[in-house]
Design a protein around this ligand. Structure first.
Ligand code: ARG
Length: 256
């Protein structure tokens, strides 16, 4: 009798273990691309560790849905192609959800409200808004919404760069007149003193939302969305936001 009990218990345990290890949740890895040149969203910190709002958020999402995350550093411009080729499961990199990108990849629900802005050298007086950018030399990061926006400015001479810090350096060196890039990131870098001698001028040029990018028909998209919803309702999202931005986050739409 007791042997039968023991066998039953062992049987139950074995069954439980095998269910766990073959389940989609459990310890499945999610490979996530990121371009860590975008303070405070993703940066390569001391000893090569990744840090930033996006990194904290992705770690929290994956732990909420029972995945382990494996970050892979990739240049921003190569991210969409890597997703299309399914070389990575997802990408988090302050990526703006745009109709153009939605033709080839999918996005999670929006996780941050953002927008583009013009950055110039502190002493610059003649650039105050989008009209004054006509015919000017503008630096952008290749493949970004800032790069797309710059193309719409009449007679602008556009220089493209592979990573964030490079275009700001070009502006500081006096090679270009302005940078068009994500306002939030630039304002943060100016505030903490990483970017010196620069200022953001005018109003926001666009209203954008960041999403986690995934291949079309990604099997993990609904789990990722559930993770974001969980973090929003448990207050973990708000904590991560406060850690990086020092304030309460604005209300986010559930979809665009
Ligand atoms: N939000 C902009 C875009 O989607 C720029 C993002 C740049 N991100 C980065 N990690 N360099 O095009």
């Amino acid at each position: 009798m007791s042997l039968i009990c023991l066998l039953l218990i062992l049987g139950c345990n074995n069954e439980h273990k095998s269910v766990h290890s073959t389940s989609n949740l459990g310890s499945q890895f999610l490979t996530v691309a990121t371009d860590p040149t975008f303070i405070p969203f993703e940066i390569q910190a001391y000893k090569g560790n990744l840090e930033g709002f996006d990194i904290d958020l992705m770690n929290a999402i994956t732990s909420a849905i029972g995945f382990k995350v494996q970050f892979e550093s990739l240049p921003f411009d190569g991210m969409i192609a890597s997703l299309q080729a399914k070389k990575v499961d997802a990408a988090i990199s302050g990526i703006t959800i745009t109709p153009e990108r939605l033709k080839t990849i999918s996005f999670s629900r929006p996780y941050l409200k953002a927008g583009l802005a013009i950055t110039v050298r502190e002493e610059t007086q003649d650039i105050k808004d989008i009209k004054s950018l006509k015919g000017k030399k503008i630096a952008v990061q290749i493949g970004t919404t800032g790069a797309d926006f710059a193309k719409t400015i009449p007679n602008a001479k556009i220089s493209t760069f592979n990573s964030g810090p490079e275009f700001f350096q070009d502006l500081l060196n006096g090679n270009v007149d302005a940078v068009i890039s994500d306002a939030f990131a630039t304002l943060y870098a100016i505030k903490i003193g990483t970017l010196k001698g620069l200022k953001v001028v005018g109003n926001l040029l666009t209203e954008e939302y960041y999403g986690i990018a995934v291949p079309k028909d990604s099997p993990q998209l609904s789990a990722i969305n559930k993770g974001i919803a969980d973090l929003l309702s448990s207050g973990i999202y708000q904590k991560i936001y406060k850690k990086w931005f020092g304030s309460t986050p604005p209300q986010l739409p559930e979809s665009l």
